[in-house]
Ligand binder design. Structure first.
Ligand SMILES: Nc1ncnc2c1ncn2[C@@H]1O[C@H](COP(=O)(O)OP(=O)(O)OP(=O)(O)O)[C@@H](O)[C@H]1O
Ligand SMILES: [Mg+2]
Length: 383
């Protein structure tokens, strides 16, 4: 490890002032979760569903949350929906503090700020109302009365159903609609009061892939046409790969994310390039992907080395002697690649391959360390 001189008192004071006067964490974000904790106690057994989760989502984003079963995705979504309250930490959506809302604010929040789409199609729509009546209902509950308002509500319901491609279902009850049509009508219901955010928990989970794609296209339409921020929990690789940003949750924390960008090469050819990043939380914690730690038999501790443009992470073994050789020459690209991902992301999975790494993010054989692509052993500047 490089010797670092301790900061002077003046430097510490300057840093403290900068932290105090600088922008607060997540100030510009629409959704901000700061060290969010949710502990459930059932039959005297404690389950830590969220263990200090940090997440920022910007206004207008369309993003996916993935992760193994039990990793805390639904717990997070229920908190963001205002249906559940975290045990500790901070969470806000559109300026609403999710820990401090009184009953009135919570009701307003659920009616006007967020819309929700569940996996079970039957849970989203009332069976004895038509699609159009289902869309009108949340507007009525939000208390906009009067004859004129009634016409406006009906017109808005038609508009939303048309926009999502299910205008022809307006007079049908859910029992007369397919699963995909019901989910698209459910998105119209969620959009009824023009919320800033739509949250969806496995909305395509009960559908075949072609129908799932149509439903996902409706979320994209809502995002593009209305500017609604969309957060979708999904196990569906097609959905996870169709968004710009896929965040993976592991053991109740955000662990890593895949960001996709459209890049144009020197021949003017456009392609989507996906990069996988590890999340560094507010305390500087980083989760190393499990396949990386297993590949190098990393257990309780590692050696770190600060380099001008990256941080080397080395297994705690006698022959790991950072500083005597570059990571590339010490272990070769395959061995060294995982060690430096924290600071110098390698070329992540390409547009064709993120399927393997996005959901779960840890079990991929196509991770940078194992692929033939250059890893941080031959460092490349981050994008
Ligand atoms: N109401 C509850 N009471 C007790 N434990 C709960 C409760 N809700 C969730 N849990 C536990 O919290 C953890 C996270 O659950 P959660 O439902 O958020 O996972 P998930 O990521 O949505 O999983 P899945 O992909 O299977 O839907 C699990 O261990 C679960 O058993
Ligand atoms: Mg769930």
């Amino acid at each position: 490890m490089r010797e670092v001189a301790p900061p002077s008192l003046a430097e510490l004071e300057r840093q403290a002032a900068a932290r105090r006067d600088g922008p607060a964490y997540g100030e510009d974000a629409l959704i901000s979760c700061d060290r969010l904790v949710r502990i459930f106690t059932a039959d005297g057994v404690e389950v830590q569903a969220l263990q200090g989760l940090d997440l920022l989502v910007g206004q207008g984003e369309l993003m996916a949350l993935v992760g193994a079963s039990g990793s805390g995705k639904s717990t997070l979504l229920n908190i963001l929906a205002g249906l559940d309250v975290p045990t500790a930490g901070a969470a806000s959506v559109g300026g609403y503090d999710l820990l401090a809302m009184d009953a009135g604010a919570r009701l307003r929040y659920r009616r006007e700020v967020v819309g929700f789409v569940w996996q079970q199609t039957a849970r989203n729509l009332l069976p004895y109302l038509t699609a159009a009546q289902n869309v009108v209902l949340p507007m009525q509950l939000a208390g906009r009365g009067g004859f004129r308002a009634r016409r406006q509500r009906a017109a808005r319901a038609d508009e939303l159903l048309d926009m999502l491609g299910v205008g022809y279902c307006r007079d049908r009850r859910p029992g007369q609609m397919s699963g995909g049509e019901q989910q698209r009508a459910a998105i119209a219901v969620a959009l009824a009061n023009n919320p800033r955010v739509i949250l969806a928990d496995e909305p395509t989970g009960e559908l075949d892939s072609a129908t799932g794609e149509q439903v996902f296209a409706s979320f994209r339409t809502a995002n593009e046409e209305l500017g609604t921020t969309v957060v979708v929990v999904t196990h569906d690789h097609a959905v996870a790969n169709a968004v710009r940003r896929t965040v993976a949750i592991r053991d109740g924390r955000t662990a890593s994310e895949v960001v996709r960008r459209t890049e144009v090469d020197e021949h003017g050819q456009e392609s989507v390039v996906a990069r996988e990043y590890a999340t560094v939380d507010r305390a500087g914690r980083l989760q190393l992907p499990r396949d990386y730690t297993e590949a190098l038999e990393i257990r309780s501790r590692v050696l770190l080395e600060l380099e001008p443009d990256h941080i080397g992470v080395w297994p705690d073994r006698p022959h790991s002697t950072p500083g005597t050789a570059s990571p590339a020459s010490a272990a070769g690209p395959a061995g060294a690649a995982p060690t430096a991902t924290g600071a110098a992301p390698s070329d992540g999975p390409t547009a064709d391959s993120p399927t393997d790494s996005a959901p779960g993010m840890t079990g991929s054989a196509a991770g940078p360390g194992n692929s033939a692509e250059p890893g941080p052993g031959s460092p490349q500047p981050p994008a």
